[in-house]
Design a protein around this ligand. Sequence first.
Ligand code: SF4
Length: 432
Amino acid sequence: MSAQADILRRRGWCPGVRRPMMTGDGLLVRLHPFAGRVSADQARLIAQAARDYGNGHLDITARGNLQIRGVREDTYPALLALLERGGLAEPEGNGPNRLTVLSPAAGLDPLERCDVLALAQAIENAAGAIQDLPAKFFVTIDGGAAMPLDTLGADLHLLAMGEDTIAFAISSSNGPRWIGTSTLCRTPEAVHTVLSGFAELRRRSVAEARRLRDLEPDLVRELAARAALSTAVEPTLRSAGPRAGVLSLDKKSALLLALPFGRCNTEQLIQVAAWSERFSSGELRLSFTLGLLLPKIADEHVRALIDEAGRAGFITDPADPRLSLFACPGQPDCGNGLTAAPADALRIAESCGTVLRDGATLHVSGCPKGCAHPGKADLTLVARGDGRYDVVPDGSTRDASSIHHSIDEIMLRLSTVTSTDSLRRAFPESPR
Ligand code: SF4
């Protein structure tokens, strides 16, 4: 166990178990289990840690990680020791806590075009120890099945286009920018080449870039050539995957449970652990959809599980309007928070439920960092120091805005909204 933990207060850092981050409600400790997989015993241990050493609040993040909130500096060493005993602490180091992010259905979905879990493990082995990558750096590995990962904003996005063809992309504000393809067996080595080349550029100060997407195009082309990627092919776009509900996977089903804004408490986590043993395989998977997936449920148990989950506060209906809503903890839970983002998001959901149910997306961010949702939304609100919001129709927290309103003014504008188009038109002063 490290005797002295780094306690991070700087922007741009990515907290872990060994690197807690100070926020508005105490230390935040983020766990990054491989493929988001956690056993029922580990889930109970995490709940115990959150109850005994934190404030009992947990978040599931937009990368499918799990964070314990409200840990005190004096109890942090005991929490670290407990998580280490449970095999839940990441290796020592300053780089990414975990390189790869997968769909929670990885290895379960018969439509996957390659063995995603094996590929992810090979990439972790080949490239997980590269020095000087930014701590927030991550690679998504998408098997081409029902839950696309292309909106997660990964530094490097890999998509299986066939059994032996993996497409490589770098995220951009307009979605993935495809830079080449590799065969399946060469992919871990090609990823290593791209990532170590990027780290080398940073070391030599050739590039100031914190993310691959910040590199000049000729440097990206140079990295793709070094990795011997073949000519880029633009894959067919897939529609977004489900965020809640029953997934039919192979011979059994899986239930994707969503949590409003990804927040849960220790009782809910203990309850999911119990369901995983009673109805499933004793495993649960953290999902980038801000929830948990219970795999391998026999069909005759699905109805009972949905009913119990609904009573325990989980969202199981894919049409629930709260699924179209993204909000970070904001004020007072996060030290950077400038507004109470979740409360403002729920106010809007109450008046715009129909539009959200029809699929329009709304992101309320407590500061420009945009932790809750890295991509675009039909409407993004970014908190400002004066307590108002920057309003960004059809954009993300990274986009500049010249429209600034209080939440009351925004509510007034949205009171007549009936469709996604009218949601955008509610702010006619937008240049978009
Ligand atoms: S986006 Fe939200 S959670 Fe992230 S740093 Fe800002 S206020 Fe905190």
